[in-house]
Design a protein. Structure first.
Length: 198
């Protein structure tokens, strides 16, 4: 009873990471176009600096700046995809725990995440220097699909030992039931035999 109560309380909390991720995405979308661009450029610049040090390229500051400007757009789009990948994982995993599997999981988690992406793009139309983009919804949707597939593959793989144990347990239970039934039939047959002798 206590276990059921704990599960009843904890299961809905499994959606908390998804709600937090939605808040994070909403917060990034609430940034002005200038702030968002500066953030993308800062991340791109940092990536080039790290690459420069790791690969020992000895780039000048102006070359780092140029490289950061060149990769800013792909970095921004990769960030979009990554945000929605994480969102899809945090949405799909609780549904999987609740027992939603297969195409149903793809459909429900996908509709929630892509619907949120559409709503988020609409939200950006009210933000200074930002605007809605169907292309971004498409990029977000790729992240969503990948996230859901990762959840399905991970859960199927991670839960395989449990499924095998459950299957073996059911087989054993069926075998025990058959043995009991045969034993009852043998006892019943002997009893009938004794009655026939009288």
């Amino acid at each position: 009873m206590l276990k059921k109560l704990i599960l009843f309380i904890l299961k809905p909390l499994s959606f908390l990471p998804a709600i937090i991720m939605m808040y994070v995405i909403f917060s990034f979308s609430a940034q002005s176009g200038m702030d968002s661009g500066n953030l993308s450029y800062t991340v791109s610049h940092k990536l080039v600096e790290v690459g420069n040090e790791v690969l020992d390229k000895n780039l000048e500051d102006w070359e780092i700046d140029e490289a950061a400007q060149r990769i800013e757009y792909p970095v921004r789009k990769a960030a979009h995809m990554t945000e929605y990948f994480v969102l899809a994982v945090t949405v799909a995993l609780p549904f999987y725990v609740y027992g939603l599997r297969g195409f149903g999981l793809v459909l429900v988690a996908g509709l929630i995440c892509v619907g949120f992406a559409c709503g988020d793009e609409y939200h950006q139309s009210f933000v200074e220097g930002r605007g809605p983009s169907i292309k971004d919804v498409g990029i977000d949707s790729i992240g969503v699909f990948l996230g859901i597939m990762v959840v399905r593959i991970f859960c199927w793989t991670a839960l395989a030992p449990a499924r095998i144990m459950e299957r073996d347990k059911r087989r054993l239970e069926r075998k025990v039931q058959r043995e009991k039934q045969r034993a009852r039939q043998r006892r019943t047959g002997r009893t009938h035999g004794r009655w026939e002798e009288y």
